[in-house]
Design a protein around this ligand. Structure first.
Ligand code: NAG
Ligand code: NAG
Ligand code: NAG
Ligand code: NAG
Ligand code: NAG
Ligand code: NAG
Ligand code: NAG
Ligand code: NAG
Ligand code: NAG
Ligand code: NAG
Length: 506
C-alpha cells in the first residue's frame, strides 16, 4: 500500500510542477480541440466556409464532444493598411462582412474563433507576416474577438538556429497577446525547430514538434527528411511527414506534455480520404494518447459517416482530455526479424497513466498496441512492460494486481448511426435537436458541454470507459490480434490484488 501511495504522490507532484511551468493564461488545461481548414482546403477560405463549418460542428454533435475552436488558417489578408497604422486588412472578397462579424457568428454558436499568422516577414502562403508587428496584430485580433492564434515559422529572416533566438521571436507575440487582456490560446507552429518543447511551455499552450503532417500512414517523402533514431533532432523539419514518422518523433519528447502546454503532432488527417479506416483509427488513437491537440483537418461539409464515427469516439477523447494530463510513452518498438526497428514498419507498445475511475488510489492505465506491419499480427503486452514506469525490471507493484481490460474502440458509433446524424442535418439543417438515442439504434452519445470529461470520468460514465473484454490477472499479459496499420487501445482499471496480502501468502 505504501508503495502505491508513493506513486500517487509522485504523479500529483508532477502535475503541480507542470502547471507551474505552463503559460499563465488559464487555457488548454487539457489539449485544445477544434477544426482548422488547412489540411483539407489550404488557401480556399471564406466566411461562408467558416460559418457553415461551425454550424455543422454543432449539428453533428462535435461541439458537444469538445471540439471548440474554429481556426482560420493562412491566406486571409490582403496586406496592411497604411492609413490605419499598418493594421492587417482582411480580404474583402473572402470575408465581405469582416472578421469581427465572423467571430460573432462563431461565438453565438458557443464556439471559439482561431486565427493564423507567421512569426516572419510573410506567412507561408506569402501574405503579410507579423514579425515586427506583434503588438499591433495582437490588438487587431483581440478587437475582432479572436480566441486562438496559430503562429507559423515561414520567412523568419534567419531568426532561428538557436533556442534563445527562436524563443525570443515567439515570446514577443506571447507578450503582445497577454497585453491585450483577452485570453488567446497560443499555438506555436515552428515545426519542432530549436527544440520548442524546452521553451514553449513557458510562453505558449502548444508547440508543433515536427514538419507538416500528410495524409499517409508510413510513406517516406524526401521533403520530410528526418527519420529514425535521431529524428527528433531535426534541422530541416520539412513537410509531407507520415503518421508513423510523427509518432516516432513524438516518442522522444512525450514527457514535455503538461496541463497548459502540449506537444502538437499537427492537425488530424482523419477524413481526408487517402488512408484506410483502420489507419485513421490508429492515427486518432495515437494523437489522443500523447495528448496532442485534437484539431480536425477535414472538410466537415462532406464528412463520411465512418470519419464522423472516429472523431466522435468519446472513450478515446476522454483519454486525450484526462485530468492527469500525462502523455503515454513508448515502451518498446520491435520488428519480427533482426532489422533495426527504426528502419521500417514495426510493432509498438505505448502506455500511460490515466486518472483512476475505480477506487481513487489506483490510476487507470492506457495501453496501445500499434501494428505497423503489413499483415495482421498477434501482439502481446505484459503488465511488466505496461507498468514499466512504476518500477523497472518487473518491480512495479501493479504487476501483482489484476486489471479489467476495456476496449476503447468496441463501442464505436456505427456507420448507420453516423449516417443518420449527417442526413438529419442535411434534411433539417439541424441534427442535434432532432437526434436522440432511441432514434439512432439506442446508441448514447457523450455530451461534454453538459458534463466535462473530468466529471464524466469521476462518475464512471460508461460512454467514456469502453467495453470490457477481459481481466488480466497478476503477472499476466494482454494479447490481441491487431490489424495491419491498426491499433488495439485499452483502458486498464484496477480489479483487485493487494500487494501485501500476496506477499504474506508467499
Ligand atoms: C431544428 O430542429 C428543431 C426540432 O426538430 C426544429 O423545430 C427547428 O426548426 C430546426 N431548425 C432548423 C434551422 O431547421
Ligand atoms: C497575462 O499574464 C499574467 C501573468 O503571467 C497572467 O496572470 C494573466 O492571466 C495573463 N493574461 C492573459 C489575458 O493571458
Ligand atoms: C484603411 O484605414 C482607413 C482609416 O481607418 C479606412 O478608412 C479604410 O477603409 C481602410 N482600408 C481598408 C482597405 O480597410
Ligand atoms: C500602431 O502600430 C504600432 C506598431 O506598428 C503599435 O506599437 C501601436 O500599438 C499601434 N497603435 C495602435 C493604436 O494600435
Ligand atoms: C464503416 O465504414 C468504413 C469506411 O467505409 C468501413 O471501413 C468500415 O468497415 C465500416 N464499418 C462497419 C462496421 O461497417
Ligand atoms: C504473442 O504471443 C503468442 C502466443 O503466446 C505468439 O504466438 C505470438 O508470436 C506473440 N506475438 C509476438 C509479436 O511476439
Ligand atoms: C449531406 O450533404 C452533403 C453536401 O450536399 C453531401 O455531400 C453528403 O453526401 C450528404 N450526406 C448525407 C448522409 O446525406
Ligand atoms: C427519441 O425518439 C423517439 C422515436 O422518435 C421518441 O419516441 C422519443 O420520445 C425521443 N426521446 C427524446 C428524449 O426526445
Ligand atoms: C448538450 O448539453 C448542452 C448543455 O446541457 C445542451 O444545451 C445541448 O443541447 C446538449 N446536446 C445534445 C445533442 O443533446
Ligand atoms: C459491450 O458490448 C456488448 C456487446 O456489444 C454490449 O452488450 C455491452 O453492453 C457492452 N458493454 C459495455 C460496458 O459497453
Amino acid at each position: 500500500m505504501a508503495r502505491t501511495n508513493f506513486l500517487i504522490i509522485a504523479a500529483a507532484t508532477a502535475l503541480l510542477a507542470g502547471n507551474a511551468g505552463a503559460v499563465d493564461n488559464g487555457l488548454a488545461i487539457t489539449p485544445q480541440m477544434g477544426w482548422d481548414n488547412w489540411n483539407a482546403l489550404g488557401c480556399d477560405v471564406s466566411e461562408d466556409l467558416l460559418v457553415e463549418t461551425a454550424n455543422l460542428i454543432v449539428d453533428y454533435g462535435l461541439k458537444d464532444l469538445g471540439y471548440h475552436y474554429v481556426v482560420l488558417d493562412d491566406c486571409w489578408s490582403v496586406g496592411r493598411n497604411a492609413s490605419n497604422n499598418n493594421s492587417l486588412i482582411a480580404d474583402p472578397e473572402k470575408f465581405p462582412r469582416g472578421m469581427a462579424a465572423v467571430a460573432e457568428d462563431i461565438h453565438e454558436l458557443g464556439l471559439g474563433f482561431g486565427m493564423y499568422s507567421s512569426a516572419g516577414k510573410y506567412t507561408c502562403g506569402g501574405y503579410a507576416g507579423s514579425l515586427g508587428y506583434e503588438e499591433l496584430d495582437a490588438n487587431t485580433w483581440a478587437e475582432w474577438g479572436v480566441d486562438y492564434l496559430k503562429y507559423d515559422n515561414c520567412y523568419n529572416e534567419g531568426q532561428a538556429g538557436d533556442q534563445k533566438i527562436s524563443e525570443a521571436r515567439y515570446a514577443t507575440m506571447a507578450k503582445a497577446l497577454n497585453a491585450t487582456g483577452r485570453p488567446i490560446l497560443y499555438s506555436l507552429c515552428n515545426w519542432g525547430e530549436d527544440y520548442p518543447w524546452n521553451w514553449g511551455s513557458t510562453i505558449a499552450n502548444s508547440w508543433r514538434i515536427t514538419g507538416d503532417v500528410f495524409d499517409f500512414w508510413d510513406t517516406y517523402d524526401a521533403r520530410c527528411p528526418c527519420e529514425g533514431a535521431d529524428s527528433w533532432d531535426c534541422s530541416l523539419p520539412g513537410f509531407h511527414c507520415s503518421i508513423t514518422n510523427i509518432m516516432n518523433k513524438a516518442a522522444f519528447v512525450v514527457s514535455k506534455a503538461q496541463p497548459g502546454g502540449w506537444n502538437d503532432l499537427d492537425m488530424l488527417e482523419v477524413g481526408n480520404g487517402a488512408m484506410t479506416d483502420t489507419e485513421y483509427v490508429a492515427h486518432f488513437s495515437m494523437w489522443a494518447a500523447v495528448k496532442s491537440p485534437l484539431i480536425m483537418g477535414n472538410d466537415i461539409r462532406t464528412i463520411l459517416p465512418s470519419d464522423l464515427s472516429i472523431l466522435s469516439n468519446a472513450a478515446v477523447i476522454a483519454v486525450n482530455q484526462d485530468p492527469l494530463g500525462s502523455s503515454a510513452s513508448r515502451r518498446w518498438m520491435r520488428v519480427p526479424d533482426s532489422r533495426d526497428p527504426y528502419s521500417g514498419p514495426a510493432l509498438q507498445l505505448w502506455s500511460g497513466s490515466l486518472k483512476s475511475t475505480t477506487d481513487g488510489d489506483h490510476n487507470d492505465m492506457l495501453v496501445l498496441m500499434i501494428n505497423g506491419l503489413d499483415e495482421a499480427t498477434t501482439m502481446n503486452a505484459t503488465l511488466a512492460d505496461i507498468f514499466a514506469d512504476s518500477g523497472p525490471n518487473g518491480k512495479a507493484p501493479q504487476i501483482q494486481m489484476s486489471w479489467e481490460v476495456r476496449d476503447l474502440w468496441a463501442n464505436r458509433m456505427s456507420n448507420a448511426t453516423a449516417m443518420g446524424i449527417i442526413s438529419a442535418s442535411n434534411a433539417t439543417g439541424n441534427a442535434t435537436t432532432g437526434w436522440n438515442a432511441t432514434t439512432y439504434g439506442g446508441e448514447g452519445r457523450y455530451n461534454a458541454t453538459k458534463m466535462s470529461y473530468a466529471d464524466g470520468l469521476a462518475e464512471k460514465n460508461e460512454l467514456l470507459l469502453g467495453n470490457v473484454t477481459m481481466t488480466v490477472q497478476a503477472g499476466g499479459m494482454i494479447s490481441a490480434i491487431v490489424e495491419a496499420h491498426g491499433v488495439a487501445m485499452y483502458r486498464l482499471r484496477y480489479a483487485g490484488g493487494d500487494v501485501k496480502r500476496k506477499r504474506d501468502e508467499l
